[in-house]
Design a protein around this ligand. Sequence first.
Ligand SMILES: *[C@@H]1O[C@H](CO)[C@@H](O)[C@H](O)[C@H]1NC(C)=O
Ligand SMILES: *[C@@H]1O[C@H](CO)[C@@H](O)[C@H](O)[C@H]1NC(C)=O
Ligand SMILES: *[C@@H]1O[C@H](CO)[C@@H](O)[C@H](O)[C@H]1NC(C)=O
Ligand SMILES: *[C@@H]1O[C@H](CO)[C@@H](O)[C@H](O)[C@H]1NC(C)=O
Ligand SMILES: *[C@@H]1O[C@H](CO)[C@@H](O)[C@H](O)[C@H]1NC(C)=O
Length: 186
Amino acid sequence: MTSRCILQTTLLLYFSTMALAMSNDLLRSQLSSSSLECQELLLQLNGTTEYCLKDRINFEIPEEIEKSRQFQKEDIILITHEMFQKIFDIFRRNISRTGWNETTVENLLVKLHWQKEHLEIILEDVKEKENFTWDNRTLLHLKKYYLRIVQYLKAKEYSICAWTIVQAEICRNFFFLNILTDYLQN
Ligand SMILES: *[C@@H]1O[C@H](CO)[C@@H](O)[C@H](O)[C@H]1NC(C)=O
Ligand SMILES: *[C@@H]1O[C@H](CO)[C@@H](O)[C@H](O)[C@H]1NC(C)=O
Ligand SMILES: *[C@@H]1O[C@H](CO)[C@@H](O)[C@H](O)[C@H]1NC(C)=O
Ligand SMILES: *[C@@H]1O[C@H](CO)[C@@H](O)[C@H](O)[C@H]1NC(C)=O
Ligand SMILES: *[C@@H]1O[C@H](CO)[C@@H](O)[C@H](O)[C@H]1NC(C)=O
């Protein structure tokens, strides 16, 4: 009886560790393919880069993102969720002057939304189960960063050049997001 219990407990432990290990790997590959798909869709939205140099601006992406600081798994979920959410909010804005293919933009929005929702579920689960000290400073830096992007678009009245600059910036976002999620390896 006792040994059966021990065996069951061992098995249970083994399987829960397995599930955790798998979900890390699974999440990483999922985030990485989402990010790649979004990047490809973004690249399909052509712009007029050479005429937009005067509109260039440094949005000052948070240093911890740019320098690829190593985050804990919980923070990676929190941070990538914020990024997908904010990028989704940005591309829902007025693109009427860009001449972008609306189907491509729609596909991008669908992808962003799906990934954002998926991360939300995981995030809620983590918040329920764990007593984790969140890195809210990075989150705050990110919120300010995306606010600067939105303010820029508004100030430029959603011009084609402004959108071209923002599109390039968000492409860089996915590059950093990919490095960030690499730390999800076990
Ligand atoms: C984008 O590409 C389409 C089709 O290739 C073209 O008609 C359009 O003029 C391009 N837009 C810009 C801003 O370059
Ligand atoms: C988007 O911008 C265009 C051109 O500036 C404007 O005519 C249109 O009303 C705007 N649409 C929305 C929904 O704000
Ligand atoms: C927009 O993109 C879709 C999918 O890539 C394509 O089928 C469609 O022809 C494009 N529309 C225009 C107006 O270029
Ligand atoms: C969470 O951690 C803090 C600090 O370590 C501790 O004071 C608190 O009691 C913990 N809460 C729960 C629900 O474990
Ligand atoms: C930090 O962020 C987490 C996740 O969004 C949130 O649950 C928590 O309340 C925040 N803590 C503080 C002190 O703001």
